[in-house]
Ligand binder design. Structure first.
Ligand code: IPE
Ligand code: IPE
Ligand code: MG
Length: 243
């Protein structure tokens, strides 16, 4: 079976293997809305639609993991109205998990759920449970996620688990991150024109490849994923080794 339909692609993808894990910083919703004279919430709704389209597409082309940044530990600085809107969008994804189920997509939430309402936390557990047997793409939604916060949590767990200093290894830390058991991202995509990580997966991206675009997230399309993957496949990943 062809990996990409001719209709959707203008240039054939050649080069190395597909990335197994793509991480995306879904940025630019606010500016997208502003350009149209719309409230920021309209940008977030449009971004949510893009998220679904891109998840489906990644599933179709055989990507194993897609991790999206939906809400950072710093995003609480926004207005109460905007924060509530973003929480409602998460609720919407979770309630809509049956759509993912039909498409054989697995779901996992990563982040600190402590400040979230107990009913939302229960909804997260239910959606994850409903989709746990899916064998297609695993979508990880980073919500109230911060890379530094994640490392603080991992350090606390090491202490709680009574791990002696000489047993604190890279694996011991990785196993205590929210992403435990998930391979590191191969490719990080940031739309929205900013060139920074914004506290996203700072441990896991140590050897990731990066791809940036000025396209705002609500306008991001399958074509952009294709372009990012094509660039990725042409990269030479050395992981510190010599050529
Ligand atoms: C990304 O879009 C969504 C979140 C951060 C939750 P923004 O809301 O950051 O959009 P811009 O960067 O203001 O355009
Ligand atoms: C990163 O975007 C967080 C998410 C996309 C959820 P931000 O818009 O919050 O990042 P900064 O503030 O521009 O670094
Ligand atoms: Mg932003």
């Amino acid at each position: 079976m062809a990996l990409f339909s001719r209709k959707k692609r203008s240039v054939p993808i050649t080069g190395g293997p597909l990335p197994a894990h793509i991480a995306i910083i879904m940025d630019g919703n606010g500016r997208w809305a502003k350009r149209r004279g719309l409230p920021r919430s309209a940008g977030h709704s449009a971004g949510a639609a893009t998220f679904k389209t891109i998840a489906r597409y990644c599933n179709r082309i055989g990507i194993k993991y897609m991790t999206v940044y939906a809400f950072s530990t710093e995003n609480w600085k926004r207005s109460q109205e905007e924060v509530n809107g973003l929480i409602d969008l998460l609720r919407g994804y979770l309630l809509d998990s049956k759509t993912f189920q039909k498409e054989n997509i697995r779901l996992k939430l990563i982040g600190d759920f402590e400040p979230l309402d107990p009913d939302l936390v229960a909804l997260i557990a239910k959606a994850e449970e409903d989709l746990k047997d899916a064998t297609g793409l695993q979508v990880n939604i980073a919500f109230n996620y911060g890379g530094r916060d994640e490392l603080v949590h991992a350090a606390r767990r090491l202490v709680r688990d009574g791990v002696p200093p000489e047993e604190i290894t890279e694996d011991a830390i990785s196993d205590r991150l929210y992403t435990a058991g998930i391979p590191d991202p191969d490719l990080v995509i940031r739309p929205g024109g900013e060139y920074r990580l914004s506290n996203y997966l700072i441990w896991q991206t140590a050897y990731a490849e990066f791809w940036f675009t000025d396209v705002l997230w609500p306008d991001f399309s399958e074509r952009d994923i294709d372009a990012a993957i094509e660039a990725y496949r042409a990269r030479d990943r050395r992981f510190g080794g010599a050529k």
